[in-house]
Design a protein around this ligand. Structure first.
Ligand code: PLP
Length: 355
């Protein structure tokens, strides 16, 4: 820290992303990326002609992409907001809707970025503990009179709540915004998008980073009432009007037009998930029920930190957090069948070594 940093940020603890080793020597199961490349049409869309236009700013309104998303999800262009990754969307949510008088609540075990933004804006916030087996109890959020962020499926647990449970939360907090972070919704969960037309205070957040194999392109989007989208726009135009670059815009439009390719990839991930859970079960692992492209699992013989280290030494990266309630557990991204077989083989080796 330099002596010039504002005192406001002296105690700020920044988010720590999962390791991104640049040497590609690892089987990378630590940041929930897709193991599959973008659809071939994406390669054609990000072409020389598009690169030749990089001297020009992109459309600040992102009209063509918002139109494509609106058609895909059966909503209007006015219902859609684009962000540079859903992390930026979260930033705008905290910036726009939360303050001293409008505190925010989220689950105590959830996406690690939520408390970072709350601290960045010095917001009063509550972390509502999960129940037994990391289950989120919807009634804990009903009528609490706070803004709310819930990841569904939750991270890093992979557990889901139902649309009707989400509806209870949204309906009972009419004076506050409820943001449902659906980063992992396309791996077997049920999206709450059908509720958007019914509730002005619901914001659904999705990303191109996981299901749509575009983590490197940085694109997230929100679907919500035109009033909420207008508020987010105000934040965007006060921060960075051109937040989505041309190449990502072109890639994303091609992505949406190739839904079948991505749906097939998701089916493979779900098959590999079932396979991995079953194989781990044979080794005595306990795994939470997951509707995401990752699993949260606990080894009977070694704690999470030891397993993480031992796997890393054998060239497999998974995610582990040094936090008491989840210290026993590791989050493992579901990759290709080949990647999962390497992972399982290394796990068997480690169990053999500890005896
Ligand atoms: C990965 C993830 C995000 C961030 O996604 P980007 O669009 O890559 O910024 C947001 N929320 C949750 C729960 C995530 O797991």
């Amino acid at each position: 820290m330099s002596r010039y940093l504002s005192a406001r940020f002296a105690d700020l603890e920044a988010y720590v992303p999962g390791e991104q080793p640049q040497d590609m020597q690892y089987v990378k199961l630590n940041t929930n990326e897709s193991p599959f490349p973008p659809a071939p049409a994406v390669l054609e869309a990000v072409n020389a002609a598009e690169i030749n236009r990089l001297n020009l700013y992109p459309d600040p309104e992102g009209k063509a992409l918002r139109q494509a998303l609106a058609e895909r999800y059966g909503v209007e262009v006015e219902n859609i907001f684009l962000a540079n990754g859903s992390d930026e969307l979260l930033n705008f949510f905290f910036m726009a809707f939360c303050d001293e008088d409008k505190p925010v609540a989220f689950p105590a075990v959830s996406y690690g970025f939520y408390p970072v933004y709350a601290n960045l804006y010095r917001l009063p916030y509550s972390e509502i503990p999960l129940r037994e087996d990391f289950r989120l109890e919807p009634s804990d959020y009903c009528g609490i009179g706070k803004n709310i962020v819930i990841a569904n499926p939750n991270a890093p647990t992979g557990r889901v709540i139902s649309i009707s449970e989400i509806e209870d939360i949204v309906r009972s907090n009419p004076d506050h915004v409820v943001m449902i972070d659906e980063a992992y919704i396309d791996f077997g969960g049920e999206s709450c998008l059908p509720l958007v037309g019914k509730y002005e205070n619901l914001l659904v957040c999705q990303t191109f980073s996981k299901f749509r194999s575009l983590a490197g392109g940085r694109l997230g989007f929100a679907i919500g009432s035109p009033a909420l989208i207008e508020d987010l726009d105000k934040m965007k135009y006060s921060t960075n009007s051109y937040n989505i670059n041309r190449l990502t815009m072109a890639a994303a439009i091609a992505t949406i037009k190739n839904d079948e390719y991505y749906a097939a990839n998701s089916r493979r991930i779900q098959e590999n998930r079932a396979y991995t859970v079953e194989e781990l079960g044979k080794l005595g692992f306990e795994t939470l029920p997951s509707k995401a492209n990752f699993i949260f699992t606990r080894c009977p013989k070694v704690d999470g930190g030891t397993l993480y280290q031992a796997l890393k030494a054998k060239g497999v990266l998974v995610r582990h957090w040094d936090k008491a309630v989840i210290a026993d557990w590791c989050r493992v991204t579901i990759g290709s069948r080949e990647q999962m077989d390497v992972f399982l083989e290394k796990v068997r080796e480690i169990l053999g070594e500890v005896g």
